[in-house]
Every structure is written in structure tokens, then in C-alpha cells.
Design a binder for this molecule. Structure first.
Ligand code: SUD
Ligand code: ADP
Length: 296
């Protein structure tokens, strides 16, 4: 096969429980992930050398995406190639806002693993690809699986979750990013000298997903990193409050932020909430859960 295109979804953390920093600098997580209908598409084309290009669609600004060897997609392809003398031309078409706490780089990496596995006829199964994914970043494995899932360890230990629901979200993005390490460092500062309990996923959240209950989910979402992100970006408090004032069922920061998430009853309710938020940034509608990385 000379060319393979794979799409991988954005992730949100329905609940992000964060524990005390480990000796390796990572934080133990107990999180419930959900894949949303914003996608990165990666096209891998047979080539003798290595190259990378990138575009954005649906208003995604890709000027902050590195095109050198630090790019997670290129790193994913090189990791999969190992010592073999291979090459590939990668094109990333990003529909996931960059540096927003939506794991767009992780989606690029997961899509690249699936695309190169196919292009090169390697025949790795998903569990093997997930081991490569975990080497690339804590939330890369989830982008392979998609759906709704738990994440433990530093986020890389992923178990699919029963989810009977279909949820409509408003995803509010901004023209600034928040660095993930900076948000975790702020979390450490906020908890300096205090005992940080081991993180757990609330039982109510798992019950709400199993029942497909939107109101149950609204009552159970949460993000232990949110106070840290709000210290870095106090201006996020206003759109979060505005979403609730505009009747969103729940409002929270996505992962390390700055993207804010608003849960709606249905698509038309989501449209109304989105209309009230447009003055703060770009409000997109998305739904979840959706599948992980798939060949297009
Ligand atoms: C916060 C979360 C929540 O899902 O997502 P984003 O908001 O970035 O999308 C993730 O934990 C982000 O995962 P990811 O972006 O893959 O992080 P990595 O590349 O593995 O790590 C980047 C840095 O984040 C910090 N880090 C990451 C994961 C973790 N469990 N503890 C940490 O302290 C470390 O400082 C690490 O050096
Ligand atoms: N494919 C990629 N490879 C490497 N870095 C990327 C890639 N896409 C985005 N980035 C960079 O990684 C950082 C995190 O971006 P991203 O993964 O989109 O968000 P987040 O970690 O907040 O969920 C940003 O600095 C961004 O420029």
C-alpha cells in the first residue's frame, strides 16, 4: 500500500484525579477519558526519506506545531521503524486545537502508529501499538482505544469503560495555550506541605456512564488540575461561569487547559450554550464517545 490515512480523536478527562508527584516527576492519575468528535488526520505515504508537513482545518492554528524531530508523529514513526532502514512522508491535518488540553499531539502520534503499521505491513495488534504509544506520552494509548476508558499509572494504563450514553459538548478554545508541565508544577505548589490523597474515579461517574445518564455525568465530572490551571489563567473563571449561566449542565477545564468544556442536554441545547460563549473564544460543538484511531 502506497498511502494510508488514519484519523484519531481528541480526548477529554471527564474526571481527572491527580495524586502526589512520583519520584520520576510524573503524577499518578485516576482518570475517566472520553474521545470527542474532533479529529486529527494523518496521511503516511511511502518514501525513501523522512518528511513532515502540517495543516489545520476548522479554524485550527498550527503555527505552534514543531516540524522537526521533536514532533510526536515523527517520533512515533521512528519508534515503530526501529533499526529498519525505512522512510515515510507524513502529513498532519489537524482538526484538534493545539496545546489546549485536548491531546492533539497524542492523537497525531496514535494515528501515525496505526498508519505506519499498515503502510509497512508490520501486523502489530492494538495492545502492541499501545506499548509503543505509552513510550511517546501518557495519553497517547487512549487515542488508540477511544470510546470512554479509565486511565491509571501516569495515564497510560487504559481500560475501556462501559458507556451507554451519547453526550453533546461545547468545546471552548482560546488563542493561547497552557503548558502541561506548568499546570502540574502549579498543582505541586498548591499542595506543598499538604498530604495529597491517592486519586480515585468517583463511583457515581462510572454509574452515570454505565446508565448513559447525562444528568448523572453532569453531577460527577471534575478536574483536580483545574485550580492549578485557574491560578495560571484566572481569566478562565469568567467563561466557566458564563457557560453555567447560559444553562450548561456542567462546566470544567479540559485536562491541563485552557480549553473549557460544557455539557449540554442535546445538540440544540449545545448550540444555545455555544452562542453564549463565542465572545470568549471559539466555541465548537462535539459529541462523545467516538472510536479511537481508525483507517479512513
Ligand atoms: C494533563 C493531561 C490529562 O489527560 O492531558 P493534557 O491536558 O496535557 O491534554 C495528561 O496528563 C498529559 O499527558 P501528556 O501530555 O501525554 O503528558 P506527557 O507528555 O507524558 O508528559 C508531559 C509532562 O507532564 C507532566 N505529567 C504528565 C503526566 C502525568 N501523569 N504527570 C505529570 O506530571 C510531567 O511534567 C511530564 O514531563
Ligand atoms: N504532533 C505534534 N508533535 C509534537 N508536538 C506537538 C504536536 N502537536 C502539537 N504539539 C505541541 O505539543 C504541545 C502540546 O500540544 P497538544 O498535544 O495539542 O496539547 P495538550 O498537551 O495541551 O493536550 C504544544 O506545545 C504543541 O505545539
Amino acid at each position: 500500500m502506497a498511502e494510508v490515512t488514519v484519523q484519531a480523536p481528541a480526548k477529554i478527562n471527564l474526571h481527572l484525579g491527580v495524586g502526589p508527584v512520583r519520584a520520576d516527576g510524573f503524577h499518578p492519575l485516576a482518570t475517566a477519558y472520553q474521545a470527542l468528535s474532533l479529529y486529527s488526520r494523518v496521511t503516511a505515504t511511502d518514501a525513501d526519506t523522512w518528511s513532515l508537513t502540517c495543516s489545520g482545518r476548522d479554524g485550527v492554528d498550527v503555527s505552534g506545531v514543531p516540524l522537526d524531530e521533536s514532533n510526536l508523529a515523527l517520533r512515533a514513526a521512528r519508534l515503530l521503524a526501529g533499526e529498519e532502514p525505512r522512510g515515510v512522508a507524513l502529513h498532519l491535518d489537524k482538526g484538534i486545537p493545539v496545546a489546549g488540553g485536548l491531546a492533539g499531539g497524542s492523537a497525531d502520534a496514535a494515528a501515525t502508529l496505526v498508519a505506519c503499521n499498515e503502510l509497512w505491513g508490520l501486523g502489530h495488534d492494538r495492545a502492541t501499538l499501545a506499548r509503543f504509544a505509552a513510550e511517546l506520552g501518557s495519553d497517547v494509548p487512549f487515542a488508540l482505544y477511544g470510546g470512554s476508558a479509565t486511565g491509571h499509572g501516569r495515564g497510560e494504563i487504559v481500560e475501556p469503560l462501559a458507556d451507554a450514553g451519547h453526550y453533546e459538548w461545547v468545546v471552548l478554545t482560546f488563542d493561547f495555550g497552557v503548558s502541561t508541565p506548568a499546570a502540574y508544577a502549579e498543582f505541586d505548589l498548591l499542595h506543598a506541605g499538604a498530604e495529597v490523597p491517592d486519586p480515585v474515579i468517583p463511583a457515581e461517574l462510572l454509574k452515570a456512564l454505565a446508565e448513559g445518564s447525562t444528568s448523572g455525568l453532569a453531577a460527577a465530572v471534575g478536574n483536580d488540575l483545574q485550580p492549578a490551571t485557574l491560578r495560571l489563567r484566572p481569566d478562565l473563571a469568567e467563561p466557566l461561569a458564563a457557560g453555567i449561566a447560559a444553562s450548561a449542565l456542567a462546566a470544567l477545564v479540559s485536562g491541563s487547559g485552557p480549553t473549557c468544556l460544557f455539557l449540554a442536554e442535546d445538540a440544540s441545547h449545545a448550540d444555545r450554550v455555544a452562542a453564549a460563549l463565542g465572545r470568549f473564544g471559539r466555541a465548537r460543538r462535539a459529541h462523545g464517545p467516538v472510536p479511537g484511531a481508525v483507517i479512513c
